[in-house]
Design a protein around this ligand. Structure first.
Ligand code: ZN
Ligand code: ZN
Length: 245
């Protein structure tokens, strides 16, 4: 049985009192955390998830609400958990340099610690699946702030395929990237299209027929989206929600 636990489902600004992006995929082979925002450590504690359970953290792009929690997660694994087994930190090109720079800027430089466990940085590729911890994964470029090296994540384990959009606006290759997945976890920051680097309910409702996936769940909801009751029939993620796959 594979499941996905929504640790954080807000936009960058914590809309509706929700936490920033983080999703824990649990499969028989192990667990992978997709994104790790600055509020993710609080979310894991609130939901009773042990950091030690996590085999790999995989980052979609280098915005703080998606990878800002990594430095203190690493430090918690060292000082609180006395972790021994390796932890993979994977993501788009430059993942190691970006995480190291963020950790140093936040006052917790990785090279200043004696780690009790190996931290294994790994770059994902757009042209095929590679093993990441116990999963097979692939990254695909999305339409979002170019400086953040934005990607969506495509994960396979135990015969189940999950695609996560990361942050993105609509782009014509999106259906090809996600079609055939058992679950597509799709960002939907806005109600109306007003910023090209994020998706809107309006656009997704209009293009619903182009997305051929088993289950489509909206996440990364902004304030206006979270305040709605009507989601045009779409399923919507929330903090603490578990999706069984
Ligand atoms: Zn975001
Ligand atoms: Zn972003």
């Amino acid at each position: 049985m594979t499941e996905l636990l929504c640790v954080g489902t807000s936009d960058a600004f914590g809309a509706g009192g929700r936490r920033q992006s983080a999703y824990l995929v649990r499969a028989p082979a192990g667990s992978v955390l997709l994104d790790c925002g600055t509020t993710t450590n609080t979310g894991l504690a609130e939901l009773g998830v042990s950091r030690d359970e996590i085999d790999a953290i995989v980052v979609s792009h280098f915005h703080g609400d998606h990878f800002g929690g990594i430095p203190l997660l690493l430090l918690g694994a060292l000082y609180e958990d006395r972790r021994r087994r390796p932890l993979v930190v994977a993501g788009p090109p430059d993942v190691e340099a970006r995480v190291r720079a963020a950790a140093a800027a936040l006052g917790h430089a990785i090279e200043s610690q004696q780690w009790s466990f190996p931290i294994i940085f790994q770059q994902l590729r757009p042209d095929g699946f590679v093993p990441v911890g116990p999963f097979e994964m692939r990254a695909f470029a999305t339409r979002h702030s170019p400086d953040a090296n934005p990607h969506g994540l495509d994960l396979r384990s135990d015969g189940v395929r999950v695609v996560y959009s990361g942050d993105t606006g609509w782009f014509d290759e999106l259906p090809r990237e996600v079609n055939g997945a058992e679950l597509f976890l799709c960002e939907c920051t806005q109600v109306h299209k007003n910023f090209v680097y994020h998706l809107s309910l309006e656009e997704l409702a209009a293009r619903r027929g182009e997305l051929d996936c088993g289950r489509l769940v909206l996440t990364h909801l902004g304030a206006e989206m979270r305040a709605r009751r009507d989601y045009e029939g779409f399923e919507v993620a929330d903090d603490g929600l578990t999706l069984k796959l």
